[in-house]
Design a protein around this ligand. Structure first.
Ligand SMILES: C[S@@+](CC[C@H](N)C(=O)[O-])C[C@H]1O[C@@H](n2cnc3c(N)ncnc32)[C@H](O)[C@@H]1O
Length: 346
């Protein structure tokens, strides 16, 4: 079965909340230009696609950018050619492969030794066939590899650590992703720091879902970043991570300041913000960096504020138990920047 955009494990994915979020956007916002600033899996963009004419989708991870290009970019590709690659990748005999970068580093850790050999072989093969593939086809093959890897990974869903103390069975099966038809839509894919991007553009509706705790996405998904970029860096530590890059200010003590700066610079009619109440979490890495009070006071500065909430059991690695976990959606109907706060609804 080809992969849909939500067929991956991703911390903070709003897949299970997406119908609720889209419903709130439809009831409270108007417009055809939509920006998903911290898009993660891209599920919210995917669900908005049919009702908008222009999509801005952004995240600063390389692996997310290639996934957006694969699913959303309005470019031609040959399905027949991709099926030929798939058939070839399905017929690989791991026992005949030599060790490679992936098997040397991640074999018997994040993947079985055989699966790691196959993953490394396929990634190299895509690179070697670059002249046979247009950019869309190459993005589809790399994104398909990332989705197929996720299914075989010996992890709890991210790559901060692998699961120890058992034999890892071979389970990797290559399958293709199923791209969206974005014909006639204007699609803008970027890998920028959200705070920089918003200074340049204006939109009808902006959806904001930054990280709110100290867990850095570039560290959680370093294996996907590594395979996507394919620069084969030297890796460090037990989790075989490269040198840090794309470290988010939203995961640091500066988060409130950065969030305020983002909201101040936004040029749009509606701001839709996801938030949750894990700021009460007992685990320090799960604790929110921005408090509920701060987020509400920053958003109120921008216009009329609406608040919606829903009880929710979020993804976690099993260590943290959030009592009374709630997901919140704030919608700001942007008005005059300096309207008095008593005009706002909350
Ligand atoms: C909570 S996740 C978004 C989840 C997404 N809404 C979904 O449903 O899959 C936050 C995302 O923000 C990205 N991110 C963190 N800091 C960023 C920044 N300064 N600029 C752009 N993206 C950033 C992370 O890579 C991560 O994918």
């Amino acid at each position: 079965m080809p992969y849909d955009i939500w067929n991956r494990r991703y911390t903070g994915s709003k897949y299970k909340l997406s119908d609720w979020i889209i419903g709130l956007i439809n009831e409270n916002c108007e417009g055809t230009t939509f920006c998903d600033l911290f898009a993660g899996t891209g599920i919210i963009s995917a669900k908005m696609l049919s009702q908008i004419s222009e999509l801005y989708i952004n995240d600063f991870l390389f692996s997310n950018e290639i996934i957006y290009k694969a699913f959303f970019e309005d470019k031609e590709f040959s399905n027949k050619k991709l099926q030929t690659y798939k058939a070839r990748y399905l017929s690989i005999d791991a026992s005949k492969l030599k060790d490679n970068y992936v098997s040397n580093n991640f074999g018997d850790k994040f993947f079985s030794k055989n699966d790691a050999k196959v993953i490394g072989y396929i990634r190299e093969d895509i690179e070697e066939n670059s002249s046979d593939l247009n950019n869309k086809e190459k993005s589809i093959l790399i994104a398909s590899l990332l989705y197929s890897m996720d299914k075989a990974a010996n992890t709890v869903g991210h790559y901060d650590a692998y699961i120890k103390g058992h034999t890892i069975e071979d389970s990797f099966i290559f399958d293709l992703i199923n791209p969206y038809d974005s014909k006639g839509k204007s699609i803008h894919i970027s890998r920028r720091d959200a705070n920089e991007l918003v200074k340049e553009l204006s939109y009808d509706i902006v959806y904001i879902d930054p990280p709110y705790n100290s867990r850095q996405y570039s560290r959680f998904y370093h294996v996907l970043e590594n395979i996507t970029q394919w620069k084969k860096p030297i890796l460090f530590g037990e989790a075989l991570k490269p040198q840090p890059e794309n470290m988010s200010e939203y995961c640091r003590s500066s988060a409130t300041v950065v969030f305020k700066d983002l909201i101040n610079n936004l040029k749009c009619n509606y701001i839709v913000v996801s938030y949750n109440n894990t700021y009460k979490s007992k685990s320090s890495s799960s604790k929110n960096k921005i408090t509920l009070e701060d987020i509400e006071s920053i958003l109120k500065e921008k216009g009329k504020l609406l608040k919606f909430e829903k009880p929710y059991q979020a993804f976690n690695a099993g260590k943290t138990n959030f009592d009374n976990h709630k997901e919140l959606i704030y919608i700001v109907k942007v008005g005059n920047k300096h309207v008095n706060s008593y005009n706002y609804t909350i």
